[in-house]
Design a protein around this ligand. Structure first.
Ligand SMILES: *Cc1c(COP(=O)(O)O)cnc(C)c1O
Length: 712
């Protein structure tokens, strides 16, 4: 039904030929990330060869081509495994046969969901953090809901960077080749059997772009790639790295994603009913749409053409931080995008649409302003962020009061089957009734949580923590040995962590506004927490942007505490935060800490994932937490805005330590005769029952579909 179907079929057949008879359905499963949110998906591939699965980064195509013949034959003879494969195959098959939602958005006119990054699975390294993972969750949820959608993004040849921390606590970056030829994706070919290509004008080159297809359940994700022999070395480099630090290359990426995206869809015969620009990066596509509309009507009817473009575009803004709303000077823009400006009709016009004040000729232009002007609907990603965005973009809507700025909000949610893992998934599947995941946005679905015996809930939490501690132990030891730490410190990583100990997680991108530095602000209290009578253990993870030296310095300051008594075996910084690590952390931590500087957290989603794992939130009242916290379902730190940042930091650091020392730790240790912390379990129930239905992707995507896509 979508371009590339035949290419996928061919790849599946080829992979299948190399497999023993009864494992052959695995080829189909491998070429569709649907397995990644099946309860048994990961375990099935892992059981073929756990080492090979780990070595290939949980990439099923590589596993099936690289695993030894002996392991394959063993698997083929394993009746339980073969039965699992059959279950996965029929799940995929049944899923594909469910009807699509039909209406203004239908299979003939899907939503084109356009984004610079997609976090679908750890094995597909084309994401960096929250924005991409949200985009991946939206594709998965669209598949589950049967909402016709195609994704449009870029195939980054070396993806996002990997992180190593050296013995002084300094971050180093390196890039690995993503090698699409070994990813579960195919090159889309045209009728002539050759790779389908489109061109995009960048600088004075017509950059040739090819298209990869990755299946995310029923949703095809099309990834544009400029690494073609026809292109100059610069042209080939365009889609090399996600968030490339060269500004001119970033502009070229926007051209490929935006203009190339619209052209590629047309070349593939896909006629979207709507374009959803997820953040401003793909916004240049509107000029290609404009050119199409112009071609379709009498010359001079410019207003009607623009009107028609706006009717087809909706926009979600994700960041109240200036760096996320980058602007470019006129020369910088025209050098790379001059010929795209010509699509707009006239270059001055093109530049003016991206300015806050179109008439200020010396103002720089940016993608967010362009997207706001070119879309019929715009939204932020939490209630508070909607309000912040209205204030922030008010100058663009001159003459309007902030509350009348046309930006509303759809609060983010997370894809439950992706993030609900391990013992909690087993427990909820058992208690919430068959098919509950399809009704995750219904408060009634979660009500049975109130009746799950405290002993069962607590047992699931303890099992989840045990798994996490096992992972921390092996990873922390490995990280430390690789850094060249002394052996006693390295092995404390192995021996010190305890499966019964209160475990606190702090893992996120290390942008300055996320304020990891608050932990190091009161070193004596941090050390007392891990070294006290009722010690806690803390696990940190996160990457600092390669150019963000302040953030790197924070990691260094944290590392300076590592020699204090007790710290080596009770605090660990795990390197190279990614989706796989995030999944393990949110599933296992008892408490998830988030300390953004208000009002800079647009939403935050890792806390929502942690809720599903039975984690309790301790967070500043910003982003999603400002609308989620009700006094009984977690812990909160004041979220008011304070221009005096140092004072605010001291106050919030103290508030965090106060809460942990006086509430979190005592509540965790207050046990009944059976060893169960009843008040803790009560809060855990409140957390699941109140947050579950509201912060799932099912609620989020239904809101987009009904209110914003007007999917019909
Ligand atoms: C969920 C997730 C994020 C976003 O979480 P925040 O709460 O916004 O920090 C970032 N990175 C990874 C790997 C994630 O899984």
């Amino acid at each position: 039904m979508f371009a590339g179907d035949a290419d996928i079929e061919r790849a599946v057949a080829e992979l299948g030929r190399a497999l023993p008879e009864r494992l052959r359905p695995l080829a189909q499963i491998a070429y569709n990330y649907r397995w990644a949110w099946s309860a048994e998906g990961d375990a099935t591939f892992r059981s073929i060869d756990a080492d090979c699965w780990a070595r290939t980064g949980a990439n099923p195509r590589r596993l099936l081509t690289e695993v030894g013949r002996r392991q394959l034959e063993q698997a083929d003879g394993d009746a339980a495994l073969v039965a699992r494969v059959e279950r996965l195959a029929s799940e995929l098959h049944d899923d594909r046969r469910r009807p699509w939602r039909e209406g203004a958005i239908g299979p003939q006119h899907p939503v084109a969901f356009c984004c610079a990054e997609f976090g679908v699975h750890g094995s597909l390294p084309i994401y960096s953090g929250g924005l991409g993972i949200l985009a991946g969750d939206i594709l998965k949820e669209a598949s589950d809901l049967g909402l016709p959608m195609v994704g449009v993004g870029l195939m980054y040849r070396t993806g996002y960077f990997h992180q190593r921390i050296d013995v002084t606590g300094f971050q180093h970056e390196y890039w690995l080749d993503a090698d699409p030829e070994r990813l579960p994706c195919v090159k889309v070919t045209g009728a002539d059997g050759r790779p389908l290509t489109v061109t995009v004008p960048v600088d004075d080159e017509d950059v040739v772009v090819q298209v990869w297809r990755v299946d995310v359940g029923r949703v095809p994700l099309y990834l544009l790639d400029s690494d073609r022999p026809e292109n100059s070395p610069v042209g080939r480099w365009i889609t090399s790295r996600l968030y490339e630090s060269n500004r001119a290359i970033r502009l070229a990426q926007y051209a490929v994603l935006g203009v190339g995206g619209v052209r590629a869809l047309r070349a593939m015969g896909i006629r979207p009913g709507l374009y959803h620009l997820n953040e401003g990066h793909p916004a240049l596509g509107v000029f290609e749409l404009l050119a199409q509309e112009r071609a379709a009507r009498p010359a001079g009817d410019e207003a009607a053409a623009w009107q028609r473009v706006r009717e087809q575009v909706v926009f979600t803004t994700h960041t109240p931080v200036a760096a996320g709303n980058e602007t470019y000077a006129r020369d910088e823009i025209l050098a790379m995008l001059g010929r795209i400006a010509d699509l707009a009709g006239d270059r001055e016009r093109f530049l003016s649409i991206g300015r806050i004040d179109p008439d200020q000729r010396d103002q720089p232009s940016g993608m967010t302003a362009l997207a706001l002007r070119a879309s019929r609907h715009a939204n932020g990603v939490s209630r508070r962020h909607g309000q912040v965005a209205r204030g922030m973009w008010q100058p663009l809507f001159q003459g309007r009061a902030a509350e009348d700025v046309p930006i509303d909000h759809v609060t983010n949610g997370v894809h439950v089957p992706t993030w609900l893992q391990g013992p909690m998934r087993t427990l909820l599947d058992r208690h919430l009734g068959p098919g509950w995941l399809a009704r995750a946005d219904d408060a009634g679905t979660w009500a049975p949580v109130n009746d799950i015996p405290a002993g069962e809930l607590w047992a699931a939490r303890c099992a989840a923590r045990r798994r996490l501690v096992g992972m921390i132990t092996s990873r922390a030891t490995g990280d430390r040995l690789r850094r060249g730490e002394p052996l006693d410190y390295a092995s404390a990583g192995g021996g010190g962590f305890d499966e019964g100990r209160l475990t606190i997680g702090f893992a996120r991108r290390l942008a300055t506004y996320k304020r990891l530095h608050l932990v190091a602000l009161r070193p004596e209290r941090a050390i007392a927490l891990v070294g006290g009578e009722r010690p806690v253990q803390i696990v940190f993870a996160g990457k600092a942007h390669p150019a963000d030296n302040d953030a790197k310095e924070v990691v260094r300051r944290l590392f300076a505490l590592k020699g204090a008594p007790g710290v080596a075996g009770r605090a660990a910084f795990l390197e190279d935060y990614d989706m796989a690590l995030a999944g393990q952390l949110v599933a296992g931590c008892d408490v998830w800490v988030n300390l953004p500087r208000p009002p800079l957290e647009a939403s935050g989603t890792s806390g929502m994932k942690s809720v599903l794992g039975g984690g309790l939130q301790l967070s500043v009242l910003d982003g999603w937490w400002a609308e989620a916290y009700d006094g009984s379902n977690g812990w909160a730190i004041d979220g008011s805005v304070d221009a005096d940042h140092p004072a605010q930091d001291w106050r919030d650091a103290d508030a965090m330590f106060e809460l942990i020392e006086r509430q979190v730790v005592p509540m965790f240790h207050e046990r009944d005769a059976d060893g169960i912390p009843q008040r803790w379990v009560a809060m855990l129930r409140r957390s699941l029952v109140t947050h579950g239905p509201r912060f799932c992707a099912t609620r989020m995507l239904r809101e987009y579909a009904d209110r914003i896509y007007r999917a019909g």
